[in-house]
Design a protein around this ligand. Structure first.
Ligand code: ADP
Length: 262
């Protein structure tokens, strides 16, 4: 399979003192479902946000479709961002607008500022937005204001907004951290379906280790800004998890045992 994304010796400093990422190397193939796991402050969010340059890496190369995106200027960057959809923990929706209007915001990257400000969307774009909402089980919410939705529904709107961009890659930063277990399962099932059927590569930051193991083709385990595990969920051992999570591991183990016993 073709390589879509490659990190080569990527590092990120915040100011002079905080080294958030050190010598990060990994590749992601087209269509893969990859989860990034690790304790709070490990660098997961920084790593994910370097991929669409919401955060600028301090060193190394980030190759996307064969080009080093760290060298991209404004116009190339705008184009790059149309190829990468992003899903956020807190959804980042405009609450007073309707579901479909929020979804259409995903098309803004393709438009001039004027078209965007005027809200000029073609019939085709509207039909496409509607069709994606239907796939995500939101056809009855299309004209509702977003503040009338549950958290799980809001996150599905966030996913629809990312999909309407027709991205090659979906970046999801803690997409289920604010959701209950049932809504979380629905969101993860949709993400898995998207990766399996739409040929879209999915990279997800997750705090929930059991979810990451259940849904992913591959796990990247991050501890203190370095990758300490890169492989399939089936090969991950208790020892690996203890290296990834450090002192948080005993706590997590307790939680997993309680869940298994239920
Ligand atoms: P995670 O997503 O795994 O919780 P982050 O990527 O948010 O980790 O953070 C990694 C490290 O970088 C932490 O030490 C955090 O405090 C630091 N950090 C994150 N964002 C900033 C920022 N804007 N300025 C300074 N330090 C930051």
């Amino acid at each position: 399979m073709t390589t879509l994304l490659e990190f080569k010796q990527v590092s990120k400093m915040y100011g002079a003192d905080t080294k958030a990422l050190t010598d990060i190397n990994f590749t992601v193939r087209e269509g893969e479902f990859v989860s990034i796991i690790g304790p709070s402050g490990a660098g997961k969010s920084t790593l994910l946000r370097c991929i669409n340059r919401m955060i600028d890496a301090s060193g190394g190369e980030i190759m996307f479709n064969g080009a080093n995106i760290l060298e991209f200027k404004k116009r190339e960057l705008k184009r790059l961002r149309t190829q990468m959809g992003m899903v956020f923990q807190h959804y980042n929706l405009v609450n007073r607008l309707s579901v479909i209007e929020n979804v259409l915001h995903g098309r803004l990257g393709y438009k001039s500022t004027l078209e965007g400000v005027m809200g000029l969307y073609s019939k085709e774009e509207r039909l496409q937005a509607y069709s994606i909402l239907k796939t995500l089980g939101l056809e009855e919410q299309v004209y509702k204001r977003c503040d009338q939705l549950s958290g799980g529904q809001k996150q599905r709107v966030g996913i629809a907004r990312a999909l309407v961009q027709k991205p090659a890659l979906l970046l999801c930063d803690e997409p289920i951290a604010s959701l209950d277990p049932n809504a979380s399962r629905i969101i993860m099932d949709h993400l898995r379906y998207i990766s399996a059927t739409m040929g879209i590569t999915v990279i997800v930051n997750l705090h929930q280790v059991d979810t990451a193991l259940n849904y992913s083709d591959r796990i990247l385990g991050v501890n203190r800004g370095t990758i300490v595990y890169n492989g399939p969920p089936s090969k991950i051992s208790g020892e690996h998890l203890s290296t990834i999570y450090g002192s948080e591991w005993s706590e997590l183990q307790g939680e997993l045992e309680v869940r298994d016993a239920r």
